[in-house]
Design a binder for this molecule. Structure first.
Ligand code: ATP
Ligand code: LTN
Length: 322
């Protein structure tokens, strides 16, 4: 089965990125899997050039440290494969302004930026191009990407109906728990790379003392009742889901084993540290040899270009380009 997914090089990865997406990628890497650093998408953030470059290197190291193996799956940087930008244009002539302006991520992000750029609106079309170029059947992503996946399916189906069968229509897949990890200080909003919340965000490569501190300070509630209940107890339920995704139990089973919040928190911190500390060590080693990371990316781009090129040419021909 073919699989593609990507992350923006917009900053260090957090627990949501890891549990919601990256860990699923590692589990699926034995399929015909393509994983990219979507640097073109990060341009919508108006990021400084040197920061984008450093973040891209950092994300390559993070992918490998999390357990992606370049001998098994294809790891590459989006802008190294020019077909992404090329197919993006073809699909911009299939997607409608109406459907793009209804995207929740666009509405939220455009409200936060004055004079936002066109790229913020057309961002999901580029994402559709990423996915469709690799004939992806499944796309492992967190819950926040569901709407973008639906749009990708709509674009693919519309294209196929108008120009004949060209694209595989993909489905998005979310993990059963921790598909939407919430900010530890404000459990009404998702843990995010681009919104600063220093105590609310646990980074994958945080030092153990910081993980302990952030989990200990996580907002819960005052009635002290240990119960998995997103409506009444969002802070606690977030911790229970994180725990459950690490231990393999259900959140209810975890809740049944504890009576005090403090105990749950200190065990959760210990579990997280045990899992993340070896990844952090590997990440630091990998970052020390950036040339090796870009060798991996170059090999990945060569391989990705073969499939992406053939799908691009099929789409271009279907539309009447000669
Ligand atoms: P931003 O908040 O700046 O938009 P992000 O943290 O969502 O960034 P992305 O690169 O956009 O990071 O997302 C990478 C992957 O991580 C996507 O599959 C996304 O669905 C997933 N993801 C992001 N945040 C969370 C979260 N809080 N919980 C679960 N999955 C998440
Ligand atoms: N839009 C996604 C990042 C992204 C992506 C993709 C995810 C860009 N292209 C292709 C899966 C497949 C985000 O903001 N998290």
């Amino acid at each position: 089965m073919k699989i593609l997914s990507g992350m923006q090089p917009s900053g260090p990865l957090h627990l949501g990125n890891y549990l919601g997406a990256l860990r699923q990628w590692v589990r699926a890497q034995n399929e015909d899997a393509y994983y990219c650093v979507v640097d073109l998408h990060a341009l919508t953030l108006q990021i400084a050039p040197e920061e984008l470059r450093a973040n891209t290197t950092d994300l390559l190291a993070s992918y490998l440290a999390a357990g992606l193996d370049p001998e098994v799956c294809t790891i590459f940087v989006q802008s190294h494969v020019s077909y992404h930008a090329q197919l993006n244009w073809l699909l911009e002539c299939v997607a409608t302004y109406g459907e793009l302006s209804r995207m929740v991520a666009f509405k939220e992000k455009s409200e936060r930026q004055e004079g936002y750029r066109v790229g913020l609106l057309t961002y999901p079309v580029l994402m559709a191009a990423d996915i469709l170029l690799y004939e992806s059947e499944e796309v492992p992503v967190g819950d926040d990407q569901r709407q973008h996946l639906e749009l990708t399916r709509d674009i693919a189906e519309r294209f196929n109906n108008r120009f004949g069968p060209t694209f595989q229509v993909p489905v998005g897949v979310q993990p059963p728990v921790a598909a939407r990890v919430m900010d530890l200080q404000d459990p009404s909003r998702k843990m995010s790379k681009s919104l600063a919340s220093p105590l609310g965000t646990v980074y994958m490569f945080d030092a153990p003392v910081d993980i302990e501190k952030k989990i200990a300070k996580a907002v819960t509630d005052t009635d002290g009742e240990m119960r998995f209940d997103w409506d009444q107890k969002p802070g606690l339920s977030n911790l229970l889901e994180i725990y459950s995704s690490l231990s393999g139990e259900t959140p209810e089973e975890v809740a049944a084993r504890y009576s005090r919040y403090g105990e749950l928190k200190s065990d959760l911190a210990a579990l997280l540290i045990a899992i993340l500390a070896p990844l952090r060590e590997r990440y630091e080693e990998l970052l020390a040899s950036p040339d090796d990371l870009y060798k991996v990316a170059a090999r990945g781009a060569d391989k990705a270009s073969v499939l992406a090129g053939s799908v691009y040419r099929r789409a271009a021909a279907a539309m009447g380009l000669t």
